[in-house]
Design a protein around this ligand. Structure first.
Ligand SMILES: Nc1ncnc2c1ncn2[C@@H]1O[C@H](COP(=O)(O)OP(=O)(O)OP(=O)(O)O)[C@@H](O)[C@H]1O
Ligand SMILES: [Mg+2]
Length: 224
């Protein structure tokens, strides 16, 4: 069973007077437990594709299925629920909340899940899993770039998602730190079976992927 299916998806951004075709018919199946990279030049549609898979946006045409569920059939509430329960996000610029400590940032997604989940303990465990047990009280500006991205990885994982989407997670890190983040993601992929889809420009980062899907001008040009 595929975790993600993208079927002939097109996305056009409507800028009023002009329309920008960002994806022009992308078809892709991602199996559970894959560690997959999306590569391609700037403007090729990587972020657009990840946003559609993450249900942050809807395609102009075509279908996106997450765990066999056609997401177009879901209303906004059901979509938010799907996102909160099954998908973790990691962003290029970390997107941590500056006034919250590392621990509070990691705990944050649990607030949207309703019920009681022992949030503090789970957040601590997630921080420990990324090697930051002793940094829980630090605010983002008291952490290095690599440490901030580790916090973001912990935040993506704290809800125990089956799918993690990472849009250029290493782009703001030096190459050694970037590779360490990818290794951390790979370790989680192997231990927990979490599916990862990440985009990158960096051939060194791509080399860690099990599979690389290349985009150019909104189309898949080479899937290995
Ligand atoms: N919100 C938007 N409104 C209008 N056009 C957009 C929007 N987002 C992206 N685009 C356009 O869609 C195309 C694909 O953009 P996208 O951000 O998906 O590319 P990318 O591969 O992620 O690029 P990069 O490597 O620079 O992040 C580009 O032509 C871009 O200008
Ligand atoms: Mg992008």
């Amino acid at each position: 069973m595929s975790t993600v299916r993208v079927e002939d998806v097109a996305k056009e951004y409507d800028l009023g007077r002009t329309k920008v075709p960002a994806l022009r018919g992308v078809t892709l199946a991602v199996e559970k437990g894959e560690f997959m990279a999306v590569a391609g030049p700037s403007g090729s549609g990587k972020s657009t594709l990840l946003n559609l898979i993450g249900c942050l946006d809807r395609p102009t045409s075509g279908r996106v299925l997450i765990g066999e569920q056609d997401v177009a059939a879901l209303g906004d509430d059901a979509l938010s629920d799907l996102r909160a329960r099954t998908i973790g996000f990691i962003f290029q610029t970390f997107n941590l909340i500056p006034v919250l400590s590392a621990l509070e940032n990691v705990e944050f997604p649990l607030l949207f899940r309703g019920g009681r989940h022992g949030g503090r303990a789970r957040a601590l465990a997630a921080l420990e899993a990324v090697g930051l047990r002793d940094f829980g009280s630090h605010r983002p500006d008291e952490l290095s770039g690599g440490q901030r991205q580790r916090v973001a990885v912990a935040r993506a994982l704290v809800t125990d998602p089956s799918l993690v989407l990472a849009d250029e997670p290493t782009a703001n890190l030096d190459s050694q730190t970037g590779e360490a983040i990818i290794d951390l993601m790979l370790d989680i992929n192997r231990r927990a079976g979490t599916t990862f889809i990440f985009s990158t420009h960096d051939p060194k980062v791509m080399a860690h992927a099990q599979r690389v899907v290349r985009l150019a001008d909104g189309r898949v040009v080479d899937a290995t």
